[in-house]
Design a binder for this molecule. Structure first.
Ligand code: ATP
Ligand code: MG
Length: 407
């Protein structure tokens, strides 16, 4: 009879809403594949489904690393590291005691909660609770039972084997990867848009990214920053396509045609038009951006209205009601913050007027814009010259190597 000292199994729970209706198989398949992918570096791992839950076995002693990977699997509500033991009362008692004794601090109170999925086990849940609880009480002086508010709830699952666990880790929640269609993320080098991309992915929306650069006004380092951010997102998505759109011509032409305070509005309208075209090409059904109301001149409601009018597909703005502090917190958690704060300017700071308008009038904007005869052909040209990279986790791409042929 052996007592295992590390959790060799993980019990994973996912949301109830996923169990209902015709989506269930699709959701399960996506979660299964996602777990398989993130755990593949850890050897031969077995994954099995049970209604609403997944069991991951064969972990060896790699739980601590695996735990970090599982927190990237969208749709997971929670998971628990578990210790497996043979279906034998004495074995379960010994394993339960080892688990209690391995805690950093002995709790004052505990309870046992048994769930008996395998009805061949001769003891019902009540008996099992008593058999295991009594053994622990005998071996841990001072420890008491509290069935209402125990400090430690030791759970036992009776299956082919017995599984013992007490910890419950929160998962990222959301929907399984890619189960809610695809969106085109407008990815700048800032703090916000990578967070918007992450939140879209968490909702099960597959993401492709588009970035507008103004080479040579913007540097290679600014572009590298965006590539690195897209790669960071690929750690969650598995793969992220990044479309790099040359935006210099459009910006310089706009700047020659109009020196007023509306230039940012025109610029943004051009970006949205191009992004919508790329979305159509790639089968994406929405744009995703990092706007948050009030943050800058182009993010007042009148600006957002004047800019959003140029596209027909939905514009998803997951951060629209969040404060910067909340956004930064997510950026730090998902690992994009450090890259985002690198001080390399992107194209938005180019030709920025002293006081960009916060209250553009749509009719006025449309009136002036209709005189920009160069616009349609420049948009076509920018789309034609767009380059696409595919980013995957762990495979770093650098501007010098990948993009030198562009210039
Ligand atoms: P971020 O932190 O994402 O850069 P921001 O607060 O700096 O956002 P803006 O510069 O007004 O805000 O940009 C608003 C949104 O427009 C961005 O979140 C992003 O989705 C999109 N965007 C801005 N610049 C670019 C760019 N160069 N390429 C692609 N998308 C962009
Ligand atoms: Mg920005």
């Amino acid at each position: 009879m052996t007592v295992v000292m590390y959790p060799d199994t993980i019990l994973v729970r996912f949301g109830e809403m996923m169990l209902k209706g015709r989506n269930r198989r699709r959701f399960e398949t996506s979660i299964y594949q996602h777990i398989k992918r993130v755990l593949s570096p850890y050897g031969e791992i077995e994954i099995s489904f049970d209604y609403g839950r997944i069991f991951i076995e064969g972990l060896g002693s790699s739980y601590d690393q695996v735990k970090g990977e599982l927190s990237k699997v969208f749709g997971l509500v929670s998971f628990s590291p578990a210790y497996s033991t043979e279906l034998d009362v004495e074995a379960i008692q010994k394993q339960a005691l080892a688990l209690v004794q391995s805690l950093p601090q002995m709790p004052a109170t505990f309870k046992i909660s048994t769930r008996r999925a395998n009805k061949k086990f001769p003891h019902d849940t009540y008996e099992t609770n008593n058999l295991i609880g009594g053994y622990i009480l005998d071996h841990c002086p001072g420890l008491k039972v509290d069935v209402h508010h125990p400090e430690l709830e030791l759970r036992i699952e009776i299956r082919e084997k017995a599984l013992l666990f007490s910890e419950v880790e929160e998962g990222p929640g959301g929907f399984p990867l890619g189960t809610n269609g695809k969106g085109m993320l407008l990815l700048s080098g800032g703090i916000d848009s990578p967070v918007a991309g992450y939140l879209a992915l968490r909702k099960g929306i597959a993401v492709e990214a588009v970035h507008f650069h103004s080479y040579p006004y913007t540097s290679d380092r600014a572009k590298q920053k965006v590539i690195d951010l897209a790669q960071k997102l690929s750690e969650y998505a598995g793969e992220v396509k990044l479309h790099l759109v040359p935006f210099t011509e459009i910006q310089t032409s706009l700047n020659s045609a109009h020196q007023g305070n509306f230039i940012v509005t025109f610029m943004r309208r051009a970006m949205y038009r191009i992004a919508q075209r790329l979305a159509e090409q790639q089968g994406a059904l929405a744009l995703i951006t990092g706007e948050s109301v009030g943050q800058v001149a182009s993010q007042t409601l009148p600006s957002m209205n004047a800019i959003g009018q140029v596209v027909q597909i939905p514009i998803l703005q997951p951060l629209v009601m969040m404060d910067k502090k909340e956004i930064v917190k997510i950026a730090e958690k998902i690992g994009t913050y450090e890259t985002s704060i690198l001080p390399y300017d992107d194209c938005c700071t180019l030709f920025l007027p002293k006081s960009p308008t916060t209250n553009p009038n749509l009719r006025v904007i449309e009136g002036i814009e209709s005189t920009f005869e160069f616009m349609n052909s420049l948009i076509e040209e920018a789309i034609e010259k767009t380059e696409t990279l595919v980013l995957r986790p762990g495979i770093k791409q650098s501007v010098e190597k990948e993009l030198e042929h562009l210039f």
